[in-house]
Design a protein around this ligand. Structure first.
Ligand SMILES: [Zn+2]
Length: 320
């Protein structure tokens, strides 16, 4: 009897011991696995590079998968988190953002992003690129992107003097959109007048050269685009005013107010907005509208960005 009880005790002890050992092993294995997982995690990798907990949280919140892979393969950059949380951040431009920002820290960070994205940190006409005309209404023509002599829009038609001053011509498709807009504005008791539209390369060349011959390159550049660099050559740019208004005071008209609220619904955007000169390269022009299609115009309108910024982030950035 005694012996059996003793045996039972021994068995119970052995079972308990076994449970304890198994528990310890399970705990160790779990911890080990967790540690191995941690070692291969983004957090660990970023910590190893030198990022703080706070920086890691920011990076993991904003970086895309692609960006994270790049960040993990680069050395520590203390200013990364200043820029990565910006909406239009492009990782490959980080070094340029930092360089520009460090020269003048009074500039808003989002402005630095915009200026670098569109290349406006360079001088006008420096390293210009021939624009991709296959993008049609999304082609970019500005002081860094040009059209060559041979570019002429397709299906150009004359605009009736009911809707425009004399001698205006635009691609048929743009005309249809303009007419839709014209009619809706007219129903609201307003009259839009197209004052300038498609202008060919030769026209711009003569205009620019006249200025240049009068007062030199610097002055000519301040008053006119060089040939090939005028958005009017695309056929997608329209100058719109109303009767009894000059271009300069168009911004005080009801027609301007209406365009400001409605132009995007027809695919048009105000191309050179107020306070965006350092991005567009042009002073505010309340009369200059650009057709980019309804979808893109709506995005630009809602997000209050310029076409240059849209192009840099959503078109050029995706091509690279
Ligand atoms: Zn214009």
């Amino acid at each position: 009897m005694k012996k059996t009880r003793l045996n039972k005790k021994k068995v119970a002890f052995a079972i308990i011991l076994l449970i304890v050992i198994v528990a310890i092993i399970v705990t160790l294995v779990t911890c080990g696995i967790k540690y191995i997982i941690y070692l291969s995690s983004d957090e660990y990798k970023l910590k190893e590079i030198g990022y703080s907990e706070e920086q890691i949280t920011t990076i993991l919140k904003y970086a895309t998968d692609n960006e994270l892979e790049k960040i993990k393969n680069e050395k520590y950059e203390k200013q990364l988190t200043t820029f990565i949380e910006q909406k239009y951040f492009i990782y490959d431009k980080l070094a340029d953002y930092i360089e520009y920002y460090n020269q003048d820290k009074t500039v808003d960070v989002s402005k630095v992003i915009s200026i670098i994205n569109v290349g406006a940190d360079k001088d006008f006409y420096q390293d210009p690129k021939k624009t991709d005309t296959s993008l049609k209404e999304l082609m970019l023509v500005n002081k860094f992107n040009y059209l060559d002599k041979t570019y002429v829009p397709e299906n150009i038609v004359d605009v009736s003097v009911q809707y425009a001053y004399d001698d205006n011509e635009v691609p048929e498709f743009v005309y249809e959109k303009y007419l839709e807009m014209w009619n809706d504005a007219n129903e609201d008791g307003l009259t839009l007048i197209m004052s300038s539209s498609y202008r060919d390369y030769q026209y711009q060349e003569e205009l620019y050269n006249n200025y240049k011959n009068q007062n030199g390159t610097e002055w000519a550049d301040s008053v006119a685009a060089r040939a090939g660099y005028s958005e009017h050559q695309t056929g997608y740019a329209l100058d719109i005013v109303t009767y009894n208004s000059t271009m300069e005071d168009f911004e005080n008209s009801d027609e301007f107010k209406w365009l400001n609220e409605n132009a995007y619904k027809y695919g048009f955007i105000l191309r050179y907005p107020k306070d965006k000169e350092d991005i567009t390269g042009y002073a505010y022009e309340s009369w200059h509208y650009r057709y980019v299609g309804v979808e893109v115009a709506s995005y630009i309108h809602e997000n209050d960005i310029t076409f240059d910024e849209y192009y840099a982030y959503f078109i050029e950035n995706k091509q690279e």
